[in-house]
Design a protein around this ligand. Structure first.
Ligand code: BES
Ligand code: ZN
Length: 873
């Protein structure tokens, strides 16, 4: 069906050459950049094999081996490669002069222009747009980089490593040059270069061993005042990695550059991280609590890559989760240690369920370690990242923390300075954990299925109570539903459990225990203290001990009990989520379960009384209804508009039922929210939820307070007020939105949140309103942040995007075709908005299908085509 070529894991072969060192020279001109590379190339064997270099949109100027210019017949060149058929059989120097045009590069890959500065993005395969090179992560080289440019236009010239020399050119005083040297061999995807008018903010970090590291954050002039949070976050991350993993930073300088035009969040280039400016520039006036916490974790994530990713890199891109899954696991642990582990777990699980589980049910479902791909850019997914992190987390649980760290240490010691595979990681983890005793407590082969199989396993649980012996018998059965060929696959599923006596409140009868389900069917006997007459309440998958779905015979009584009493944050929250999902599900079939709703509401009232003061953040979490994607996954035939309306109605119901309590809460909380993050974040979060319920319940005073709070000095409060007004679509919504716009129209990072708000709120202007946003004078087509704000926001504008005439879908398809022309990476990510089409009710399904066809018939990039074809299959 497809003419596209796929890359297969099974085809991996070693590159026949080593490239121990590379010298790169960048001569930055007004219209193009001349790049000269000089590589030392060592054949691995004494027989000559073809030297294949990748290249994309590069103009070759000259090529020589050991100083001798090559003749035309000695190499061949195509759109994507340069091949030398018979290179020397012993070490030689290959020099290539070429020319690239970063000024008209809109893809934000390779070398490109962002707000007047030149910057790079090489992961995954952008280095081939800079110079001819094998461009694969298993080639590690030492880099020396010389940059020459106009001093006025590009006063700051940066690359990886340490500065060697700098100064004005002798023969041309308008130009200057600098030489950077990176002592650590690295794959080319970690190469970075930045040139432009930038100001820097400096700080110093002292390591535990007493070394001092210079920290420098580079920003556009004027943004210096927004860098404090990033610096503090970085220092926390450095300290945490030393204290917890014994890993210290290895260069003397750590640089971060903030860039407005960036496809991703941030990039871990060795010693020179490049960040999307929205993930650097922030304080509590311009960013919400959630955003500040996100920034802290992304800064940490990129920093942690210095060991898990940079010092030890991936053999090939099939091993992507080796660095990303592990580093997400590390950044999640960092955030749990710094803030609340229980709350962080709930956030991570909620994200996983709404995005990774959804991906696993969709046509783009794939394994953590896929076997083939067409375009690697399409595999930076929640499966590789978040499911990958869950697998490491299960290993930590199965091995125990102490053994886990022994394993990690051995992995790092063994593979430092090299390119590894996920199997290398798992094997040295187990070897390090158990050293000479080789009895791994679980079946490793079965555990590896987690890496190789796509789909979310499902566990079925049923109980029987033996009152005579006070024993609870629990039977488990595991299945992978998603893929018919996986029917009899057995996974290793760690299940943390505990149980409660119905009379004893929140103190479990037994300590947390670990049960490892590693066969299709298994039984567990739980002995309860003698004299227990009634069956205890079983609390399963505590802390979400494995990334699975489950179905059990727990009763509504059991869930209500756990919702009020479970001492595990996740399990308590999850019981509430289960009940809410049940309520909304029955409502979706037009048959509200009155009794269940009444009992749930009264449980909510009880929770408010017990948690209000001590734990406002957790209370807010308990009061948050399940995410849209989770609700969609409850149904075989999804009617998105119906889900949207029913979940609003359910919130209105809750709001009305607990109106008095909410009003008191709103009053008490409002006076407590004026602190700087993280202080007061629980109060702010709860106030946000309370406002949302109250505005939905029709409270006019709160609407007024919300409008007045747009200019609050805390961005969290301001944005919370906007959200609370969003579904109303009335004069107050309009007023609040205008106020917000006028306050922030000159701050592009903050303004993106306004674009997203405008695009996602119900609005009488319909699609015209979206079109207006796209042609707004402050909208920047070249900034993925803006595109994601408007088009991503629009996809969450449920009644508009999913309108039954299919106009919303068509509009989206047309716009994505336009985006694809300038930025295929951003377009191919966004096209996944259409991936659930088959699960929708007929009208929506038909409309979405037409739009996907439209994309398929258009002249789209190979990135986007891969996703479109998968979705259509
Ligand atoms: N290495 C990635 C960034 C990347 C991914 C660049 C794909 C090019 C292509 C980086 O470490 C990363 O994972 N960034 C995330 C944020 C992180 C906290 C999960 C991102 O950019 O979204
Ligand atoms: Zn990463």
């Amino acid at each position: 069906m497809s003419a596209q070529k796929s890359i297969k894991l099974s085809d991996y072969t070693e590159y026949p050459y080593l490239i121990p060192s590379i010298y790169l020279d960048f001569d930055i001109g007004d219209e193009y950049v001349v790049v000269q590379s000089s590589m030392i190339i060592k054949p691995k064997q004494k027989v000559s094999s073809k030297l294949i270099l990748q290249g994309n949109q590069i103009k070759l100027l000259s090529i020589s081996i050991n100083g001798k210019e090559l003749k035309l017949e000695e190499y061949s060149i195509s759109d994507e490669s340069l091949i030398i058929d018979t290179p020397p059989v012993s070490e030689f120097q290959l020099k290539i002069r070429s020319q690239i045009d970063p000024f008209s590069n809109t893809s934000l890959e390779g070398l490109y222009l962002s707000s007047g500065m030149l910057t790079t993005q090489c992961e995954a395969e952008g280095f081939r747009s800079i110079c001819y090179h094998p461009d694969r992560p298993d080639i590690l080289s030492r880099y020396t980089v010389r940059i020459e440019a106009d001093r006025e236009l590009y006063p700051v010239l940066l690359s990886n490593g340490n500065e060697k020399n700098s100064g004005n050119l002798k023969n041309n005083h308008r130009r200057h040059e600098i030489i950077w040297e990176d002592p650590f061999p690295k794959p080319c995807y970690l190469f970075a270069l930045v040139a432009g008018k930038l100001n820097s903010v400096s700080d110093i970090y002292f390591t535990n061993t007493g070394r001092s590291i210079d920290i420098k954050i580079y920003v556009e002039p004027g943004d210096e005042k927004y860098t404090k949070h990033a610096v503090i976050s970085l220092k926390k991350a450095m300290k945490w990695d030393e204290d917890n993993y014994g890993l210290e930073y290895d260069l003397d300088e750590y640089k971060i550059v903030a860039v407005r035009h960036f496809n991703m969040g941030a990039m871990e280039n060795k010693g020179l991280n490049i960040f999307n400016s929205k993930l650097v520039l922030a304080d509590s006036k311009t960013a919400t609590d959630d955003e500040l916490e996100r920034i802290e974790s992304v800064i940490a994530h990129e920093y942690f890559h210095n060991w898990t990713g940079n010092r030890i890199t991936c053999r090939d891109w099939f091993q992507l989760s080796l660095k990303e899954g592990l580093t997400v696991f590390r950044d999640q642990s960092f955030t749990s240690d710094l803030h609340s582990a229980g709350l962080k777990r709930i956030e991570d699980v909620s994200f996983l369920r709404n995005f990774q589980f959804a991906e696993d049910k969709s046509p783009t479902s794939h394994a953590v370690k896929p076997k083939e791909y067409i375009d690697i850019d399409n595999f930076y997914t929640t499966t590789i990242y978040e499911k990958g992190a869950e697998l490491i987390r299960m290993l930590e649980l199965l091995l125990g923390k102490e053994k886990f760290f022994k394993g990690i240490n051995l992995y790092i010691k063994t593979f430092d300075g090299s390119a590894a595979t996920t199997e290398d990681f798992i094997n040295s983890l187990i070897k390090g954990a158990y050293l000479e005793e080789i009895n791994c407590p679980f079946d490793l082969t079965k555990f590896l299925n987690w890496y190789y199989k796509a789909g979310t396993p499902k566990v079925y649980i049923s109980q029987s109570w033996d009152s005579k012996n006070s024993i609870l018998n629990v039977s488990f059965e595991q299945k992978i539903d998603c893929d018919t060929t996986n029917k009899n696959i057995e996974m290793v599923i760690p299940i943390l459990y505990s149980c409660y006596s119905r009379k004893k409140g929140s103190i479990p009868i037994a300590e947390d225990n670990l049960f490892v389900l590693d066969k299709n069917k298994m039984n567990l006997q739980i002995k309860t203290p003698p004299g227990e007459k009634e069956a205890p309440v079983l609390s399963l998958f505590r802390g979400f001990s494995s990334p699975v779905l489950w179905e059990s015979d727990l009763s509504i009584d059991d869930y209500l009990y756990l919702f009020l009493n479970d001492n595990d944050y996740f399990s308590r929250w999850d019981s509430g989520q289960y009940l809410m999902r049940e309520i909304i599900r029955t409502r979706l079939f037009n048959k509200a379960n009155q009794l269940l709703e009444d009992r749930f509401i009264s449980a909510i009232k009880q929770s408010i009384n017990s948690l209000e003061i001590n734990d406002p953040f957790f209370l807010a979490t308990l009061l948050t209804i399940p995410g849209f994607a989770e609700l969609e996954s409850l149904l075989n035939k999804v009617d998105p508009i119906n889900i949207y309306r029913e979940s609003l109605k359910f919130q209105i119901l809750i709001g009305n039922e607990i109106l008095q309590q909410l009003r008191i809460l709103a009053k008490n909380l409002f006076v407590k929210v004026g602190h700087e993050w993280p202080m007061g974040k629980g109060e702010r979060k709860l106030l946000g939820i309370v406002w949302s319920y109250l505005t939905l319940a029709g409270d006019k005073n709160v609407q007024k307070t919300c409008v007045e709070s747009i200019s609050h000095y805390s961005m969290t409060i301001s944005r919370t007020a906007l959200s609370a007004l969003k579904p109303l679509d009335n004069v107050n919504t309009e007023k609040a939105s205008n106020l917000f716009y006028n306050l922030w129209k000159d701050n592009p990072v903050v303004l993106d949140s306004w674009f997203a708000y405008e695009a996602s709120r119900p609005n009488k202007q319909g699609i015209d309103g979206i079109e207006k946003l796209l042609s707004h004078s402050k909208f920047d087509w070249k900034a993925p942040n803006s595109i994601r704000a408007v088009l991503g926001g629009f996809s969450k504008n449920i009644e508009l995007f999913h309108s039954l005439d299919g106009e919303g879908y068509l509009f989206m398809a047309e716009k994505l075709i336009e985006v694809d022309k300038i930025n295929p990476i951003t377009a191919s990510r966004m096209v996944k908005i259409f991936s659930k089409w088959k699960t929708y009710v007929e009208k929506n399904k038909e409309g979405m299908y037409k739009s996907i066809l439209k994309l398929n018939q258009a002249n789209i990039s190979s990135n986007t085509r891969e996703v479109v074809e998968l979705i259509l299959k």
